[in-house]
Structures are given as structure tokens and as C-alpha cells.
Design a protein around this ligand. Structure first.
Ligand SMILES: NC(=O)c1ccc[n+]([C@@H]2O[C@H](COP(=O)([O-])OP(=O)(O)OC[C@H]3O[C@@H](n4cnc5c(N)ncnc54)[C@H](OP(=O)(O)O)[C@@H]3O)[C@@H](O)[C@H]2O)c1
Length: 289
């Protein structure tokens, strides 16, 4: 999202100014007059924003704010809200996941999928499949995160392989960030009554000629797009409440947090260059000293 916004290709919501960034951690330096929630000046907090989180100071709705527990570092806290809330939203209110369903997380080692894989396992998924662009990332998803199996989209026909791995039953819920290049594969690998949630279009938005949508009808599939940043503060607040319930899982280690690199904000260009390389397994955090 930051890369797209930087290049002028992201539909920035009207509440956001020109500064990038949708998640942060820090101290409260002042409060508006009508705050009803339990926040006071000086509190250590972290949260979600419509924009502006690359700045030193940010004004946010308290519906999108959480108290930072002592067990989380500033860097860990700053990297939680966007990805854990996005994964929660994709899995539950949008994806309608229930215990026993199988799930496929594309871009398995992306930060959203790192959260999503763990949430799927904790929610009782029957199997969690991933795709990723290297064996190292697949090993990480399987060995570190507990995914059932992973497939390298650069060297394997992932939809055929996953179809086989499910005993030709297919996957109940697919979370996709890739769009164009994966559209046909997602239709092919979905189970009957399956749900495909589109959260991004990393390969493009325009479908190739010859895409066969027959499976949409034959298998009674649903394809649903979603975007967290376009949701209103009340909706985001409800997801914030769900995230608050995970805080003890971060403390007891049942949910793991992964930070690829911490970089001073003066070197934000390096942070973007690193993100563009597609080599990360977790968050890139910029610190303001
Ligand atoms: N809709 C929403 O509400 C929402 C909210 C948050 C994020 N998102 C989207 O979710 C995606 C993941 O975000 P993130 O912050 O977790 O990303 P991230 O940690 O930066 O990981 C992105 C990964 O995607 C893979 N990738 C990139 N281009 C690809 C392509 N053309 N085909 C296949 N895989 C590709 C790369 O891994 P490989 O090595 O495996 O290729 C890359 O490392 C982004 O597209 C982001 O915009 C959507």
C-alpha cells in the first residue's frame, strides 16, 4: 500500500492527508475534548490511522487506538495493527471462516499472511496452505508458523498441487493479494461453496484473455474484495476490539511477531527499497528518535 501510494496509484481515503503510513506506536501528547475511552495524556499506545503515520505526531480517532502492553516493544507494537486487523477481517467478517474449514494464504510470508496463518490455525482450520516465491519462505511458513504445506509459485503449478493435496476437494477460503495472475488458479483450486477474498492485486488488476469463470457457477463460488482503509472508524473500532483480545497471545508466545528490519526514519528510502525487493518475512519498522 505504501509503495502504491508513493507512486500515486492508491485510492487514498478522504480523511488522510498526503503523508504515508497507517500504523504507529507512541505516547499520547494531547487529547481532544470529547474522548470517552480510557486514554490519558502520557499513555503508551499503538494503533491504526487513515494516513500520516510516517510523521512524528499524528491525530487519530481513539476507536483505532490500543494501550501498549509492557511486553511489547515500541517496534513490535507499531507493526501489529494493520496486518493483524486485515488478516482478522479477511478471515472472519468477510471470509466467514469457521472451525474445520481449509484456508489458502497467498504471499505466505507477507506480514498479513504471517498473521493470517497463525489466526487460521488458532481458529481450528482443517488445513492451511500457502504459496510464496522461494523455498526459504515456504519453509518459514511451514516450520515456523505451522502451515500444512506450501508451494512455490515460481517453480510449481500451485493450483494443481494444492488441488491434489486436498484430495481434489479444493480449499474453502482463499485470501489473495495477487489478482490478475492468480484469478484462474483461485477459481480452479476453490472448493464447492468456496470463498475467495481479494485484498490486493500485486500482479495487476486486468484479467488475461481466456480466463474461464465457469467454476464460479459450477462450484457456487463467491469472490469478494475488501479494503481496511476504506472502512469507517466504528467498523475499524470493532476490529480493534478483536485485536485487543490477541494481546495475551503475543505475551504467551502463541502468536509470534516477526520484524525483518528496524530502520531510522531518515532512511525511509532504504525501507521502501527493501520492501520492493520482495525478500522480507515480516515488518519493516521506521523509528523516530
Ligand atoms: N485490502 C486490505 O485491506 C489490505 C490491507 C493490508 C494489506 N493489503 C495488501 O496485502 C498485501 C500484503 O501486504 P503486506 O504488508 O503483508 O506485504 P509484505 O509483507 O510486504 O509482503 C508482500 C509479499 O508479496 C509477494 N509478492 C509481491 N508481488 C507479487 C506478485 N506479483 N505475485 C506473487 N507474490 C507477490 C512477495 O513475496 P514472494 O517472495 O512470495 O513473492 C512479497 O514479499 C499487499 O498487497 C497489501 O497492499 C491489503
Amino acid at each position: 500500500m505504501d509503495l502504491l501510494q508513493r507512486e500515486g496509484h492508491y485510492p487514498v481515503p478522504p480523511q488522510a492527508g498526503p503523508i504515508l503510513g497507517v500504523e504507529f506506536s507512541g505516547h499520547i501528547s494531547s487529547l481532544g475534548p470529547s474522548v470517552k475511552e480510557s486514554f490519558k495524556v502520557g499513555d503508551e499506545v499503538f494503533g491504526l490511522a487513515y494516513g500520516g503515520a510516517y510523521a512524528e505526531y499524528i491525530a487519530v480517532n481513539t476507536h483505532m487506538l490500543l494501550h501498549k502492553p509492557q511486553h511489547l516493544s515500541w517496534e513490535q507494537a507499531a507493526g501489529i495493527p494493520e496486518v493483524w486487523i486485515t488478516a482478522t477481517q479477511a478471515l472472519y467478517p468477510v471470509g466467514e471462516f469457521t472451525k474445520g474449514k481449509s484456508v489458502l494464504w497467498h504471499a505466505g510470508a507477507s506480514s498479513v499472511s504471517i498473521a493470517g496463518i497463525q489466526l487460521s490455525i488458532a481458529g481450528g482450520a482443517s488445513a492451511v496452505y500457502v504459496t510464496a516465491g522461494s523455498q526459504e519462505k515456504i519453509d518459514f511458513c511451514v516450520k515456523e508458523l505451522g502451515a500444512t504445506a506450501g508451494f512455490n509459485y515460481k517453480t510449481q503449478d500451485w493450483s494443481k498441487e494444492i488441488w491434489k493435496a486436498t484430495g481434489e476437494k479444493g480449499v474453502d477460503l482463499i485470501i489473495d493479494f495477487v489478482g490478475q495472475n492468480y484469478f484462474q488458479g483461485n477459481l480452479d483450486v476453490a472448493a464447492r461453496d468456496g470463498h475467495i477474498v481479494g485484498l490486493g492485486a500485486l500482479s495487476g488488476t486486468k484479467l488475461q484473455a481466456g480466463v474461464d469463470i465457469g467454476a464460479l457457477l459450477r462450484k457456487r463460488l463467491r469472490f469478494e474484495g475488501s479494503s481496511l482503509r476504506s472502512r469507517d472508524a466504528e467498523y475499524q473500532g470493532r476490529l480493534r476490539d478483536k485485536l485487543e483480545k490477541y494481546l495475551s497471545n503475543f505475551e504467551n508466545g502463541s502468536f509470534k511477531l516477526f520484524t525483518e528490519k528496524v530502520i531510522p526514519w531518515e532512511e525511509v528510502v532504504e525501507a521502501h527499497k527493501l520492501m520492493e525487493k520482495n525478500v522480507t518475512k515480516g515488518k519493516i519498522i521506521c523509528t523516530i528518535s
